[in-house]
Design a binder for this molecule. Structure first.
Ligand SMILES: NC(=O)c1ccc[n+]([C@@H]2O[C@H](COP(=O)([O-])OP(=O)(O)OC[C@H]3O[C@@H](n4cnc5c(N)ncnc54)[C@H](O)[C@@H]3O)[C@@H](O)[C@H]2O)c1
Length: 276
């Protein structure tokens, strides 16, 4: 028996990176998956977002685990589209009891980071988008009366003021830090208001993860241009980037009954980055 046998999980940003790893891991634990991702590029970004062929690969990987998956191209900023995708998929797969609000962007790279739009879209996607995701799922979770678990992907930037240099603290970087701190507040408010329904809500806080968000040439240029800022800011454990599956282990635990009394928690999966 897997940890999530017979459950249905709703995952945003599922076409690649951590979202894909969570879809595969939750499927291995016995869950069917409702996957959404924007699958198109954003003008505010100096790197490419996922594609529909990335999403097709996620679908194939989940199906190889013997589980069902319904994938849609949806922008988490679009609440109506999110609701349509969710309702259509859950009418086929069954009631959702697991939500992973994972979609995100890193609008800190390149010239685009200095535009006010980088601030705005960071908040639109990673704060309002998380709110949209949770509001899409919660009414049916409450109706089903079976409780559930919600995990929001924050960051070490949701625990610390990461961009400790005026040059690096662009509107995009400040938007990232503000959104990733903002979801901690959102998580606490939801954890408290949804507890009577047996719905648990937690955040995870990854250090650098080996995904296309940070493994790209614009990110390499950013690190090189701000090398002073990173001096002394390293993982405590001897590792550079961690793997998406390292986060999936935490997500699987938080969504399972093994964490049945864990709610309102900010869980760093950061190799000790935030203790320094
Ligand atoms: N990679 C890291 O180092 C790192 C560190 C800390 C936190 N995070 C967070 O982890 C989460 C997952 O990121 P990742 O590392 O897998 O990067 P990623 O870029 O591989 O994955 C993010 C996914 O979100 C999707 N997405 C972006 N905007 C969207 C929108 N408006 N609607 C729907 N989907 C959208 C992208 O297409 C992509 O598939 C993000 O919230 C990110 O901020 C990443």
């Amino acid at each position: 028996m897997g940890l999530l046998e017979g459950k249905v999980a709703f995952i945003t940003g599922a076409a690649r990176g951590q979202g894909r790893a969570h879809a595969v891991r939750l499927a291995k634990e016995g869950a069917d998956v409702i996957a959404v991702d924007i699958c198109r590029n954003e003008a505010t970004l100096a790197y490419a977002l996922a594609t529909s062929s990335d999403m097709a690969e996620t679908v194939e990987l989940v199906e190889q685990c013997g589980r069902r998956i319904i994938a849609s191209q949806v922008d988490v900023r679009d609440e109506a589209a999110l609701r349509d995708a969710f309702d259509g998929a859950s009418s086929r797969l069954g009631p959702v009891s697991v939500v992973v609000a994972n979609a995100g962007i890193l609008a800190i790279l390149g010239a685009q980071a200095s535009r006010n739009r980088a601030w705005q879209e960071s908040l639109n996607i990673m704060l309002t988008g998380v709110h949209n995701t949770i509001e899409t799922a919660v009414p049916s979770m409450i109706r089903s009366g079976q409780g559930g678990a919600i995990v929001i992907t924050s960051s070490t930037a949701g625990l610390k003021g990461l961009f400790a240099s005026r040059a690096a603290a662009t509107p995009g970087a400040l938007g990232y830090v503000a959104a990733k701190h903002g979801v901690v507040g959102l998580m606490r408010a939801y954890a408290s208001s949804l507890a009577p329904y047996g719905i648990r809500v937690n955040t995870i806080h990854p250090t650098g993860v080996n995904t296309p968000m940070v493994v790209n040439s614009a990110h390499d240029d950013f690190i090189a241009a701000h090398s002073d800022m990173w001096a002394g800011m390293r993982n405590a454990l001897p590792v550079g980037l961690i793997e998406p599956t390292d986060l999936s282990d935490a997500v699987a635990f938080l969504c399972s009954d093994e964490a049945r009394f864990v709610t309102g928690v900010t869980l760093p999966v950061d190799a000790g980055f935030s203790i320094r």
